[in-house]
Design a protein around this ligand. Structure first.
Ligand SMILES: *[C@@H]1O[C@H](CO)[C@@H](O)[C@H](O)[C@H]1NC(C)=O
Ligand SMILES: [Cu+2]
Length: 549
């Protein structure tokens, strides 16, 4: 409506450093990562059409970077914030101003994209409101973040996880489940009003089932994409996903005499051994500050999963199923590789960060080689996509856990999702009116087929959003329309933010040439990731890995 301000520049200053945090009240951490000396980090709010200027100053003693999850960065990929893909991480003592227009209304989040920093706390919601008013009425709008919390630093836990003594790849078990980064958060509900609750999962690993005592939820948005209102009792949200739901407050005096709880249940069976504490954390909806709590209801029986919602939800702007020009099949698995560590793999190949960020390779390698996947380095799992063609990606899960996959630079149609068996081209049941989102859970022993138009030239990361699995190499790069990748009107690094190139150089990392910093396809000196050996059963060699930390 006309009350909303005209497009503006939104300036946010984040000095990223260590801070104290004790969100579960049982362990004071001095090495949490916060912003401007505080944690949790306040959400960032803007209107569609605004330009965000996120000035990040790194006062940690290790490099960092910030990604805006779900923001498509069309034309602004230099600020996508992925270390090793679109930039070298910001070194200690340096700053980078991430500058990009916010063209998409919806619920997003900002998080560290280097060294698992978001697991240590470097995460915040990013809410972009529609300038002309939301299509669905609500009286008020709240963010509810969901996260897991560890008492130890991510790097300490990572060293235990990626360790020869952990050949099964058992992930670190969180010490607490948080809602709005707390275990006793609350929101005020006024009788009869309708609220939009924006659930944002900032989880490192946990999947949460959400329900509210005696209140139903009407889903209206998934990952920044508007869907037709669909009422559910409960749903499952995976790491990095978002759901906006409408909830209408009770108005009868019998009902408003109570306060009610929003429950977030983390499935303990994902962990080995499963956590023994109560993995349900609640947020209280306050109708009156002295009201008794309405008796808590139990975990509902069939919470809606990605698999069901992909068929039950429909887009506000319906789309027909896209017909693919190219299909890329990625088999997901975990194996002990040649470095004796358990890694995530696509088609038996694990991701290893290149010496030159892949986007810089695309800008500098030259016309003759820019569309040749070899120049990006075999250990970046590169796929080259042609401009305006339709890409299909089959994520076929051969692992015994489910994995939430995210693609940077796109929302994608989910045209098939099946938890019952692995991919079989002769046995597919397509979803003809697909939804779109940017993060999808690939079920255990099942698969997902997704499709999108190659309309966003750039180098986009495709990875599991379980942060442990990303660090274990479950990632790939999409080199999209490389012949059209340019910055400041040219395919060279001259038009880049000069801080980006300076920050690579100051850390001894490459800014031009192929993945090894050479010309053409000469990969002399290229550091491959650890290799697949005999089904991982008998590792023989150890690969020394270098690159950005
Ligand atoms: C949260 O709600 C659940 C029931 O869903 C209950 O078991 C648990 O004790 C509650 N937690 C707290 C801290 O009240
Ligand atoms: Cu995973």
């Amino acid at each position: 409506d006309s009350h909303n301000p005209p497009s503006t520049d939104v300036y946010v200053n984040w000095t990223v450093g260590l801070t104290t945090a004790n969100p579960d009240g049982s362990f004071l951490r001095h090495d949490a990562i916060g912003v401007n000396g505080a944690w949790p980090i306040a959400p960032v709010y803007a209107f569609e059409g605004d330009t965000l200027h996120l000035n990040v100053t790194n006062v940690l003693d290790e490099p960092t970077s910030i990604h805006a999850h779900g923001i498509l960065q069309n034309g602004t990929i230099q600020y996508d914030g992925v270390s090793g893909v679109t930039q070298c991480p910001i070194p200690p003592g340096s700053s980078l101003v991430y500058t990009y227009p916010l063209r998409q209304a919806g619920t997003y989040w900002l998080h560290g994209h280097n060294l698992g920093h978001y697991v240590d706390g470097l995460r915040a919601a990013l809410v972009v409101k529609k300038r002309d008013g939301e299509p669905v009425h609500c009286d008020d709008d709240y963010v509810i973040s969901l996260s897991d919390w560890y008492h130890q630093k991510h790097s300490t836990l990572l060293a235990q996880y990626l360790n020869e003594s952990n050949p099964d790849g058992k992930e670190p078990v969180p010490d607490a489940v948080l809602v709005n980064e707390s275990q006793n958060s609350s929101l005020v509900f006024e009788p009869g009003k309708t609220y939009r609750l924006r659930f944002v999962s900032m989880s490192a690993m946990g999947m949460y089932t959400i329900w509210i005592d005696k209140h139903s939820m009407t889903i209206i948005e998934i990952d920044g994409v508007d869907v037709k209102p669909h009422t559910v009792k409960s749903f499952v949200i995976s790491p990095a996903q978002r759901y906006s739901v409408l909830v209408t407050a009770k108005f009868s005096t019998t009902d408003t005499a109570y306060n009610y709880q929003v429950h977030s249940f983390m499935d303990p069976t994902m962990f080995d051994p499963p956590p023994t504490y109560n993995t349900i954390t609640n947020l209280t909806l306050i109708y009156g500050k002295n009201n008794p709590l309405y008796p808590a209801t139990n975990l509902p029986d069939h919470p809606k999963t990605d698999t069901e919602l992909a068929r039950e939800l429909s887009l506000v702007k319906p789309e027909k199923i896209l017909h693919p020009d190219t299909s890329i099949k990625l088999e997901i698995d975990f194996d002990v590789l040649s470095d004796n560590l358990n890694h995530g793999t696509f088609n038996n190949n694990t991701y290893e960060r290149p010496y030159v960020p892949s986007y810089f390779t695309a800008l500098t390698i030259g016309d003759e080689f820019v569309s040749n996947p070899i120049v990006y380095g075999p250990s970046t799992n590169p796929s080259v996509l042609d401009y305006m063609k339709v890409t299909e990606i089959v994520l076929d899960n051969k692992d015994t856990g489910s994995h939430p996959f995210h693609i940077h630079g796109h929302t994608f149609q989910i045209v098939e999702i099946n938890p019952d068996h692995n991919y079989d081209p002769s046995n597919l049941t397509y979803i003809h009116k697909p939804i779109r989102r940017d993060t999808v859970t690939v079920p255990t022993g099942g698969y997902v087929v997704l499709r999108f138009v190659n309309d966003n030239p750039g180098v986009w990361f495709l990875h599991c959003h379980i942060e442990w699995h990303l660090q274990a190499g479950l990632a790939a790069t999409l080199i999209e329309a490389p012949d059209r990748i340019e910055v400041g009107g040219a395919r060279s690094t001259a038009g880049l933010d000069p801080d980006l190139t300076a920050q690579c150089t100051s850390q001894g990392l490459g800014v031009s040439g192929n993945a090894a910093g050479n010309t053409g396809t000469n990969l002399t000196g290229y550091v491959y990731g650890p290799q697949f050996v005999n089904n991982g059963s008998s590792p023989t060699t150890t690969t020394v890995t270098v690159g950005a930390p």
